[in-house]
Design a protein around this ligand. Structure first.
Ligand code: E4P
Length: 214
């Protein structure tokens, strides 16, 4: 499974990239706002760090506006993937952008039918949100299983990005289901490293090494 980092914080992206554990980045307007900088500057900097797959989200509500924004964002780097909302206008834009060879990530997916429609419109990626479904007591993993099954049944090439990830367990379960990608916040990525037996093991090895070199 590929791992993207879900942040617009360039320091976090650089640190994760240096560890060799990420394959791409997803941003959204909230993450851009939190970074304290504008979308274009941020995407430019990110594209100097990572090799590919950097999602930048359009904010227009009509397809023409989305397409216009997308063409502008593509001038920053060919590594950019255009994130469009799961709306009728978003799907129209997806269809056109796909014709132009511009990759799209249809976001705010909360049902398997939405994922199917986005794929039909030519989406490169769909982003079903786990955490926000869990927040309203809906089983988010069933959504990932359903999308995976439908895409497998019909050999649909659109890739599934598990988004709104809140815990290492979310990542583990998405990987078990066979999702293509999980986009993970920096904090959760760091939590995935931890195991107390690793720490105990390192300490013991170091102690034993010290005893052996008298
Ligand atoms: C990623 O593409 C989404 O924008 C992001 O994962 C949303 O996460 P949140 O529900 O924690 O805001």
């Amino acid at each position: 499974m590929k791992i993207f980092i879900d942040t617009a914080n360039v320091d976090e992206i650089r640190q994760a990239w240096d560890l060799g554990i990420i394959d791409g980045v997803t941003t959204n307007p909230t993450l851009i706002m939190k970074s304290g900088r504008d979308l274009v500057t941020t995407l430019k900097e990110i594209s100097e760090i990572v090799d590919d797959c950097i999602s930048g989200e359009v904010i227009s509500m009509d397809a023409e506006g989305m397409i216009r924004e997308a063409r502008e964002l593509m001038k920053i780097s060919k590594k950019i993937v255009i994130k469009v909302p799961m709306t009728k206008e978003g799907l129209k834009a997806t269809k056109q952008l796909s014709k132009e060879g511009i990759r799209t990530n249809v976001t705010l997916i909360f049902s398997a039918n939405q994922a199917l429609l986005a794929a039909k419109a030519g989406a490169t990626y769909v982003s079903p949100f786990l955490g926000r479904l869990d927040d309203i007591s809906q089983e988010s993993l069933i959504l990932i299983e359903d999308i995976k099954q439908i895409f497998t049944n019909y050999e649909i090439k659109t890739e599934i990005i598990c988004a709104s990830i809140r815990s290492p367990l979310h990542v583990l379960n998405c990987a078990k289901i066979g999702a293509d990608i999980a986009t993970v916040p920096y904090k959760t990525l760091m939590e995935m490293f931890n195991h107390p037996l690793t720490d105990i093991g390192i300490e013991r090895f170091l102690q034993d090494y010290a005893k052996s070199v008298k």
